[in-house]
Ligand binder design. Structure first.
Ligand SMILES: *Cc1c(COP(=O)(O)O)cnc(C)c1O
Length: 431
């Protein structure tokens, strides 16, 4: 086992996609210094190869059972990335009408493999999803179920639904991204589910199709997934005894990654995850839906930024970059850790500094009291593992244009989103 893991790590695409070649950081075969020269900074850079590889790890780990990997669009909703995954056979987990349109535009055939999550779906979003013929609505309240039935009836389209149950399982993660406890706004109390399915089955416009669960994000231990799924599996057996033809179990997303610079064996992590789900499912043969987001894209991406200023205030050193919290909010929002590395490897010297953006907020930091290579204005640095919840959580705060995005495909780089202009930002405003 140990040996096999070591061997896998040695394979070139299992390594993280950002590595030094000739003392310059590359994404696969493309130099980040060259990308900065061509597209300027801040710039998101993604490895297409790594995203495809991560998706295939899921496909392989679950190959023994009928399944669909529905990539969680909110992790990174770039059309080019959705198209890449769609072409590989992915379905999609969406949380809004906007994300539905992204899937339609990126890879229309995948619409029939869409699951629609979210606690506050609106009528227009439900209508668009019904007309698009999506696979399943993950319903989070009785009120939503009534709305779904009403919209389905008015359009004459039957709606396949799953209740998103709240299994009351604790997932060890940041409180802002934990969702599986009864104190959270997500899901329906698993004990109430049976009665709701019974009531829903009376409507000819609602088809009880699945049961879904999602306990949170950035979960590193796999036991909570097994515990949650065990409860869901028991519910599914009960629902079948009640006469419902439950076809799908949606295990949600949430598989975590390692944001430190320690070696990370992605293949092994997916295998552990698959084994935990298998344990929770026991003999259950339903079609398994999976909703990974972060795990597929986080480590495939980096945020490339240039140092603007290095300054000292008292004993503290601040490295001010041209990227800021509006471009990558994870450190400010969750105290998340991102490795920060120089694009040009220099010899030895390091400093301890806060790495911060130019935004007028003390929360605008990427790292505090971090030992990093001594950098000077004009130098390029990369924030690693920024492919998930980076660009998708970006904003125009301080009227800053959002970054451009580049997708690296082996030796080639493709601009997949041009840099925003101030004109773009002002366009919707009226005077
Ligand atoms: C956010 C979310 C996901 C994806 O979570 P990751 O941690 O990115 O894998 C999947 N399903 C639902 C319902 C979500 O809200």
């Amino acid at each position: 086992m140990k040996k096999a893991a070591a061997k896998k790590q040695a394979s070139p695409i299992d390594a993280r996609p950002f590595t030094y070649r000739n003392r310059t950081l590359h994404c696969d075969s493309v130099s980040l210094a060259a990308l900065a020269a061509e597209y300027a900074t801040p710039l998101y850079v993604y490895s297409a190869q790594q995203i495809a590889y991560r998706f295939q790890l899921f496909q392989q780990a679950f190959a023994s059972r009928p399944h669909t990997v529905c990539y969680a669009v909110k992790a990174n909703s770039s059309l080019a990335i959705l198209r890449l995954l769609g072409k590989q056979g992915a379905g999609f987990d969406i949380v809004s009408g906007g994300e539905l349109e992204r899937v339609r535009k990126a890879h229309k055939p995948a619409l029939k493999k869409v699951v629609f999550s979210g606690v506050g779906k609106q009528a227009w979003e439900i209508d668009a999803a019904l007309k698009a013929g999506i696979l399943q609505f993950n319903v989070e309240s009785e009120m939503e179920l009534d709305l779904l039935a009403a919209r389905a009836e008015s359009l004459g389209i039957r709606a396949r639904f799953a209740l998103r149950v709240n299994p009351d399982v604790f997932a060890e993660t940041h409180p802002y991204i934990s969702t599986g406890l009864s104190e959270h706004k997500f899901g329906i109390d698993i004990k109430a589910a049976r009665a709701i399915y019974r009531r829903a089955a009376k409507s000819k416009w609602l088809e009880p199709y699945g049961v879904s669960v999602h306990i949170g994000s950035q979960i590193r231990k796999v036991d909570p997934f097994a515990a949650a799924l065990e409860r869901v599996t028991a519910l599914v057996a009960q629902l079948r005894r009640d006469g419902h033809d439950i076809r799908a179990i949606d295990a949600g997303g949430g598989l975590g990654i390692d944001y430190s610079d320690a070696p990370f064996d992605a293949a092994h992590q997916v295998e552990r995850y698959a084994a935990a789900l298998a344990k929770g499912l026991a003999d259950e043969k339903a079609h398994l839906l999976l909703e990974p987001g972060r795990f597929l894209v986080a480590q495939a991406g980096a945020l490339l930024t240039r140092v603007l200023v290095v300054k000292k205030n008292g004993r503290k050193t601040f490295v001010i970059t041209d990227a800021a919290m509006n471009d990558l909010i994870r450190p400010a929002l969750y105290h998340a850790h991102h490795e920060i590395v120089p694009v040009r490897q220099s010899s030895g010297k390091s400093i301890t500094a806060d790495i911060v953006g130019p935004v007028c907020e003390s929360g605008d930091f990427f790292a505090r009291d971090r030992a990093i290579a001594a950098v000077k204005p004009g130098d390029l640095v990369a924030l690693l593992d920024a492919g998930a919840y980076g660009m998708s959580l970006s904003s125009n705060y301080n009227s800053r244009p959002r970054p451009a995005e580049v997708l690296v495909e082996g030796t080639k780089a493709k601009l997949i989103r041009r840099r925003e202009t101030v004109r773009d930002q002002l366009a919707p405003e009226l005077l």
